[in-house]
Design a protein around this ligand. Structure first.
Ligand code: NAP
Ligand code: HSE
Length: 463
């Protein structure tokens, strides 16, 4: 902590002839600018970046939005940790509950992460009539229905732009600009850490563990990076996107999830040779059902993305999300999906809105979320990339191909590379039903000649 947060001098602004007040200067808040006091839960990568941004932008925000934002309390886990933030040491505490109930806190910003104790703290803030801004996708994808209805009951804002795709304005366009749009699909890259790892592996031949360590050092990864590499983080974001896009209650548990931790350098090299790039995709789709209604499919998995697809060009920690609607057509949102600065930017936008709404005694609402009817993954179709290690002797390829044929999985291409008495077979299938691919893999696993089933990845084919 460097210095005390400065207090602003307040002039009474002499009146011009005729009693007209002087124009409000752009760089310092007018005397009447109401102060909005912020309780910050967490001061790590995002919280510290937010504190810096609030300090830098306070005058501009006061001039443009008419609110003077001040961080008055900050909860952290470890008071002894050295923090590069321009806040008075006296504002820090380890008692997060006391921050929420402090009468000197008007708006609560939750950037501590995790479901517990964040859930109770957010509920307590809302129950106390305090608007909440959060970047916590895990909380919203687990207990979203509960916290959204608590915000509605308290008639205050619960804003969460930073919870999906970091600094990219995506939640607000979905909630506001696209409110009347019949959205059919939201698909994209929503995890910066995994995109960074895959980019470094593909472009620099980096080892998986080294690329992950770099992503952690750059502040992209979650406190436990398993959340990133096993797809939990993207799964939470997928659930939130599906909920807002389709007005349905979709939780993280509803999202099929596969991560990138078993992607090999050989998968990435094969993809490149065939004109693909491996990306971790989140897909939320509205699918017509036989009864005239709609099912929702929500899934996160790595996929071969054609090098010509715009998502293939999304590198490092950048995120990109396609929103497809019946009236609007295709929209693409692109920007930095992780890191302190971009995420703090999204939090600050929400914070200003919450502060201004509070001044005007108004608030937004996500609206009623209906129960979601989910389409089982087994019923979906796509082409697949499948790697097998087999015995290298006559008749093996025919036996393996027979299994694909028996389950109605049509082979588009196969390549064999030999090793001593073993061969690697790499198949790309035509579009096949997931259930049939699973049955194929199960029967292949029982064949004596199949030594190992390696990577199995979907191929994005609907351009
Ligand atoms: P972080 O660097 O790990 O910071 C977490 C902060 O919360 C730390 O200051 C920690 O205190 C504090 N904290 C944790 N548990 C606490 C408790 N029980 N009581 C009091 N304080 C507690 O995490 P982050 O990267 O800033 O992420 C924060 C949130 O933003 C998460 O929900 C994350 O998913 C989300 N988010 C992060 C990014 C990103 O790029 N990093 C992007 C979008 C959204 P100490 O400092 O004392 O340990
Ligand atoms: N760990 C997350 C990511 C942070 O890498 O995308 C942004 O939500």
């Amino acid at each position: 902590m460097r210095t005390t947060e400065r207090e602003r001098g307040q002039s009474d602004g002499a009146r011009l002839p005729g009693g007209v007040p002087p124009p409000r200067p752009l760089t310092s808040p007018a005397v009447t600018t109401p102060v909005v006091r912020i309780g910050l839960l967490g001061c790590g990568t995002v919280g510290a970046a937010l504190a810096a941004l609030v300090g830098e932008q306070r005058d501009t925000i006061a001039a443009r939005a008419g609110v003077d934002l001040r961080i008055t309390r900050v909860a952290v886990r470890d008071l002894g940790r050295v923090r590069d933030v321009d806040l008075d040491p006296s504002v820090f505490t380890t008692d997060a509950a006391a921050v929420v109930t402090d009468p000197d806190v008007d708006v609560v910003v939750e950037v501590m992460g995790g479901v517990d104790p964040a859930r109770d703290l957010v509920l307590a803030a809302l129950a106390a009539g305090k608007p909440v801004v959060t970047a916590n996708k895990e909380l919203l994808a687990t207990a979203g229905a509960e916290v959204f209805s608590a915000a509605d009951a308290a008639q205050v804002d619960l804003l969460f732009e930073a919870a999906v795709a970091g600094g990219i304005p995506l939640v607000r366009p979905l909630r506001e600009s696209l409110r009347g749009e019949p959205i059919t699909r939201v698909m994209g890259i929503v995890n910066g850490t995994t995109n960074y790892i895959l980019t470094r592996m593909a472009e620099a031949g980096a080892a998986y563990a080294d690329a992950l360590a770099e992503a952690q050092a750059l502040g992209y990864a979650e406190a436990d990076p398993t959340a990133d590499v096993e797809g939990h983080d993207a799964g939470s974001k997928c659930a939130i996107l599906a909920s807002i896009a389709f007005g349905a209650q979709v939780t993280a548990a509803d999202v099929h999830r596969e991560g990138i931790s078993r992607i090999t350098a050989a998968d990435i090299a094969y993809a490149a040779r065939k004109g693909y790039v491996v990306k971790l995709l989140a897909v939320a789709e509205l699918l017509p059902a036989a009864d005239g209604g709609h099912d929702i499919s929500a899934r996160v998995h790595p996929a071969f993305v054609p090098a010509t697809h715009p998502l293939a060009a999304v590198r490092e920690s950048f995120n990109a999300v396609f929103v497809e609607g019946e009236a609007v057509g295709d929209l693409m949102f692109y920007g930095r999906g992780a890191g302190g600065g971009p995420t703090a930017s999204a939090v600050l936008g929400d914070l200003i809105d919450a502060a201004v709404n509070r001044q005007h005694h108004t608030h937004g609402s996500i609206g009623e979320l209906r129960p979601a009817r989910l389409r089982p993954l087994d019923q979906l179709s796509s082409p697949f990339y499948i790697c097998l290690e087999v015995a290298d002797r006559p008749g093996v390829l025919a036996a393996v191909a027979g299994v694909f044929g028996r389950h109605g999985v049509s082979i588009s291409s196969v390549e064999q590379t030999g090793r001593a008495e073993r061969a690697d077979l790499v198949f790309i299938t035509h579009s096949a039903v997931e259930a049939n691919v699973r049955a194929t893999l199960a029967e292949l696993g029982d064949l004596d000649v199949v030594r190992d089933i390696g990577s199995v990845l979907r191929v994005l084919d609907d351009l």
